[in-house]
Design a protein. Sequence first.
Length: 270
Amino acid sequence: MTADASASVRSRHDTGTSDPLVQVQGVRKSFVTREKTVNALAEVNLDIHPGEFVSFVGPSGCGKSTLLNIIAGLLSPTDGTVLVDGQPLSGPRRDMAFMFQHAVLLPWRSVESNVLMPAEVMGMKKEQVQPKARRMLETVGLGDFLDSLPSQLSGGMQQRVALARVLTYEPKVLLMDEPFGALDEFTREAMNIELMRIAKETGITILFVTHNVAEAVFLSHRVVVMSARPSRVAGIIDVPFAWPRPVEVMAEPQFTDLTFHIRNLLGDHS
């Protein structure tokens, strides 16, 4: 199933009873340099419902990360509006968290101390947050590494720390910009399975940017296909498999067909 830039397509897991949590309405973005104006986003309209896992794929430089930054409140759109819980977004919100490709851990702080760092920034008491932080580190399999330094952890373990850090503060929306792109294939696969499990348990809404089409199909309720710059929504693909998914689903013919369908869409709009 595809849709043009003006369409809002609800995923099959949604019962139709929930209002959109995030609404992207007519969002455009241009960057002005000394030489020229670069039109990054032509027009994007999209509704995201509570508990959805939505991935964004598109050509390199098409504006996927720009769109994610606008939804996070880190960038302002040139035109258009983002609504969260029906309210216009005017900047970063505490109930929205961002996870980058690299873990961004302070090397001199322990695992637990890195997870607790946002509490210090927000003026929260350590004793308020520490039990939750330790539960989250247990959840991501790092309960035995509280006192370890980032240099003592593998890349995958460092990303688990970053994931525990954002989940400790119970955001409604988690925005992830190629968070596993630097990991090896097997670690990445393990992180994907872990992410779906945690998302199912917490009910968090996840917006996920990736260049890997198979990863997007494996993880998502819906895949949003972005065109080349100036980017617009070239299609919204509803993924029919039960969620969360075992890795074996990737061997199914329907999974392969869906992956190739998205690749063809990308080719048509690159």
